[in-house]
Design a protein around this ligand. Sequence first.
Ligand SMILES: Nc1nc2c(ncn2[C@@H]2O[C@H](COP(=O)(O)OP(=O)(O)OP(=O)(O)O)[C@@H](O)[C@H]2O)c(=O)[nH]1
Ligand SMILES: O=C(O)[C@H](O)COP(=O)(O)O
Length: 246
Amino acid sequence: MTYPSRLDPVWALLPVKTFTAAKSRLSGCLSPDQRIALQQAMLADVLTAANRARSLDGVAVVTRDPVAAGFVRRFGAHVVAEAHVGAEEAGGCDLNRALADGVRGLRAMGAARALVVPADIPFLDPAEIDAAVALARGARAPVAVPSRDRGGTNGLVVRLDRPFGFTFGADSFRRHLANPAQGPVMPAALPSFALDVDLPADLAALRRRLPAGIRGGVIPGLPPCPAAHTALWLAEARPCVREHQT
Ligand SMILES: Nc1nc2c(ncn2[C@@H]2O[C@H](COP(=O)(O)OP(=O)(O)OP(=O)(O)O)[C@@H](O)[C@H]2O)c(=O)[nH]1
Ligand SMILES: O=C(O)[C@H](O)COP(=O)(O)O
């Protein structure tokens, strides 16, 4: 069962870390500029998918980075300021507190639910966003989507009228499934959410999933290929990535 969205508005909520600090686990194989460019490309792919999803009423990004804020506004996203400044300088990136800030911002904009998605899942498919939202509405339950190793949480649909209590971090999928705050949490394995690019092995998986023919990216007049922006980035960064994997 689905409801008219005006009765149950659902917004995407993307946490976005300061660009210059992003993807630090790839610093062994990518330069600082390449890491920023990769984060921007993946974020562009996630925002493009969210903008194309029929089930979403809006897209918001919670960030403390003015550069990231300017970047996402060009995709029509609303920016919620991350209030807990200081965490990144202190060496801890408090994703869960940033999301609490994001939820407050979404509530103020009238959203009833949020689909929390990270900025590093470039294959995200609008149809699978719609499937996750439909599942949450139909089951009247939160929905959690795992990363490909089933350790992380790459999608989470929650209600905003009561606290959920995000527990992102190591082994978060298991902890989110056990979260009782909004009743039983439904697991949903959705392939386009599965690959988050954190480690050199994820870059290799990215390269395997992007057929050679679409590495050139977007063809004007045609729908974008999956991960189009990231495909363009990979086409440029590929020699470096390969060099560090041999
Ligand atoms: N607003 C905000 N977003 C965050 C914070 N920490 C992580 N994120 C975002 O949460 C998502 C998942 O983060 P990670 O997979 O750890 O990505 P990352 O922090 O760029 O990668 P590493 O630096 O290698 O840990 C990404 O969209 C990040 O931009 C934070 O402190 N604040
Ligand atoms: O809980 C999670 O999914 C993490 O915060 C992000 O996981 P990752 O480090 O595998 O991206």
